[in-house]
Design a protein around this ligand. Structure first.
Ligand code: GCB
Length: 643
């Protein structure tokens, strides 16, 4: 059981990595480099030795490639679609050289291995496909009175996965024309510059990182919050950071009024009568189409105590005051039981692949609102920042997942993978920890956790993450059986993926209720102090395919499948049975159909377990889930006694 005192110890322990989102402020400019870049494949892998990064143009043949987007589905060319290896992107940009400013080139993500050159010189390299990286490029910028002050940016990205990457993969070279990347996970290995590229400026002494957590909330007898204590820390970096700089920290309410302030770079803010951030879709909170309450944290950096000259201003406009606490049977948000009812997702859509797109983002949240869905797991990797900003606003709970999917073999539990796993956990938490919507960290999906190697591996992952976890419980998502898993003992929650009536008991909807009931009871018996969540369950469904009685792959089967699981959930729900229940949520697999490798079980190269098609149109089961979630919202919760 996690206790409030434990959360206190955890505060402020994370090291800074400067992953603050590049917001524009009075002192910071942000320039988008999204658009059409020059692009080409490097099938022979010769670009670096031939110094393509130093040429005025990439060698032909080049094409225009949109950024952000995965490159795979943009053309009709199957070679580009299934390319494995290096691809090259290039574009020019004009950047003014300005005294007192530094310019940072930021990639919101590129999959998987990235090398970036600016004006022919190496600027930044990164390994990992789903988190931002950046480099200070000020020294590469020429004087603005030099008429050739153009900055050339060249990026090489390689999507080859290895047993040491996350996710892992293995390249098989069968002949000069037949290579396959074996990917032990169930989504297409989309690649390229999938997220935005930004150029932003800061002063040479600047705010590098900010962390903020709700330490505690006091309530009156009616459970109205009377005050809240937030702990924060601000890291300053750059040329003058060790000299007499002064920082002012202000918390602004939704009307822009200062409700708390401080002048220490690491301290607390006390807020009287706080408006709490609430997850949506609970009886005592707001619908998922409306907004949660957010504050803004404003940090202003002055060059000295006289506060005459502002060096830097940074604002986080998604501060939510809320606490999280697990008991042995409940997931409490603001000391009230929370029940996760949403659907898992993927970053995936037609043409764009995993490319970030505001259209897809807005539709995503509109559909969760329509569904009354209050949660999603960022299966199976951290999503683009914008998803977390929207989730904060609507109050949709996020289980933030590390890209450790496909740890399927003993040889993958290596010291090198563990070191990289720790790196991505650090980067993920550093980027996402200030989002109130992130309620839990999932550190892997369906590892082979029954293997002896998994025990020490996950013990090490849990020990490493706990001091960084910023008040969130930690878990990983399990496919292993209740008597074979060796790693979850080190974590806080049990999250299980189960496909009775799909990957087993084909067509036997009638067998589902007993199997689900037995499964939940067995896990509970082994771990009586850890709440349980169904983190995946679902059935492939071809839209428009019908049968009565229902048969696998039809819309009727998907409906019957879901209806068969729900009574077993309700029998042990912590919401419906506050004293005996231990089941804290259900996340269907998947919200949307998504692309996979081609295989005999993936019609048209899609996993079709979506409640919605890949084009975001509902299948019949979406209406079943919507109806259920409306009913779940009506279940009232009482607040726990505060310890
Ligand atoms: C799972 C995996 C998910 C797959 C899903 C399926 O258990 O976690 O990545 O897509 O099953 O549909 O097979």
């Amino acid at each position: 059981m996690l206790r409030a005192s434990l959360f206190l110890l955890m505060l402020g322990c994370i090291s800074s990595h400067g992953l603050l989102y590049p917001h524009e402020t009075e002192t910071r400019q942000v320039k988008s480099l999204d658009g059409l870049w020059h692009f080409r494949l490097d099938e022979q892998g010769v670009g670096e030795s031939e110094r393509w990064f130093a040429l005025p143009e990439l060698p032909e043949p080049t094409i225009f490639m949109p950024v952000p987007a995965s490159f795979n589905d943009i053309t009709q060319n199957i070679t580009i679609h299934r390319h494995i290896g290096w691809v090259w992107y290039a574009r020019d940009v004009f950047v003014p050289k300005t005294a007192g400013l530094r310019w940072v080139l930021r990639f919101q993500a590129a999959h998987y291995e990235s090398r970036v050159w600016v004006n022919g010189q190496s600027a930044v390299n990164h390994s990992g496909g789903h988190l931002p990286f950046e480099g200070d490029i000020t020294s590469f910028i020429k004087d603005s009175n030099d008429l050739s002050s153009k900055v050339r940016i060249v990026v090489a990205v390689n999507n080859t996965l290895t047993p040491r990457t996350l996710p892992p993969g293995e390249l098989h070279i069968y002949s000069p024309t037949y290579r396959e990347l074996e990917t032990p996970f169930d989504f297409f290995n989309y690649a390229g510059i999938d997220r935005s590229v930004l150029l932003y400026s800061t002063s040479t002494t600047y705010i590098q990182d900010i962390t903020i957590d709700t330490q505690s909330i006091d309530y009156d007898a009616q459970h109205t919050a009377t005050s809240a204590t937030l702990t924060y820390s601000v890291t300053i970096a750059g040329s003058n950071s060790h000299n007499a700089v002064r920082v002012i920290i202000e918390l602004l309410d939704a009307e822009g009024m200062v409700v708390a302030n401080n002048t220490d770079s690491r301290s607390v803010l006390i807020v009287n009568k706080p408006n709490l951030w609430q997850p949506c879709g609970m009886n005592h909170t707001h619908p998922c189409t409306e907004h949660s309450y957010l504050y803004t944290l404003q940090v202003t950096l002055y060059n000295d105590a006289s506060t005459k000259e502002i060096l830097d201003i940074y604002r986080i406009n998604h501060i939510g005051i809320r606490t999280i606490r697990l008991t042995d049977s409940k997931f409490l948000v603001n000391e009230r039981p929370f029940y996760f009812h949403g659907a898992n997702a993927h970053e995936d859509s037609d043409i764009r692949g995993k490319g970030f797109d505001n259209v897809i983002l807005a539709k995503h949240f509109n559909l969760y609102g329509w569904l009354h869905g209050n949660a999603f797991r960022t299966s199976h990797y951290p999503y683009a920042d914008e998803f977390y900003h929207m989730a904060d606003r609507f109050g949709i709970a996020i289980i933030g997942e590390a890209p450790a999917v496909g740890l399927a073999k003993a040889s993958y539990f290596s010291p090198e993978t563990l070191a990289h796993h720790k790196q991505v956990i650090t980067e993920m938490i550093s980027r996402d920890r200030n989002h109130p919507s992130v309620l839990m960290w999932s550190l892997a999906n369906e590892p082979a956790s029954g293997l002896p190697e998994a025990k020490d591996y996950f013990s090490a992952v849990a020990n490493f993450t706990r001091p960084l976890a910023a008040g969130r419980p930690i878990t990983y998502v399990i496919s292993a059986g209740h008597n074979s898993d060796l790693g979850i003992q080190f974590f806080d929650m049990i999250c299980i993926n189960r496909y009775f009536g799909w990957y087993s008991q084909f067509g036997r909807i009638d067998q589902i209720p007993d199997l689900v009931t037995q499964e939940l009871a067995a896990w509970r018996q082994r771990f009586p102090t850890k709440p349980i969540l169904m983190s995946e369950y679902g059935a492939d469904t071809v839209p428009g395919l019908h049968s009565d009685p229902s048969m696998m792959f039809t819309e009727e089967y998907q409906k019957d499948y879901y209806l068969a699981y729900h009574p077993s959930f309700d029998n042990v729900s912590s919401l419906i049975h506050p004293t005996t229940g231990f089941f804290v949520g259900e996340l269907p697999w998947n919200m949307f159909d998504f692309a996979t490798d081609q295989s005999t079980i993936r019609v048209g190269g899609l996993n079709r377990k979506g409640l919605f098609t890949r084009q975001r149109q509902p299948k019949a089961a979406a209406f079943i889930i919507k109806h259920r979630y409306e009913q779940l919202e009506a279940v009232s919760t009482s607040h726990e006694r505060i310890h």
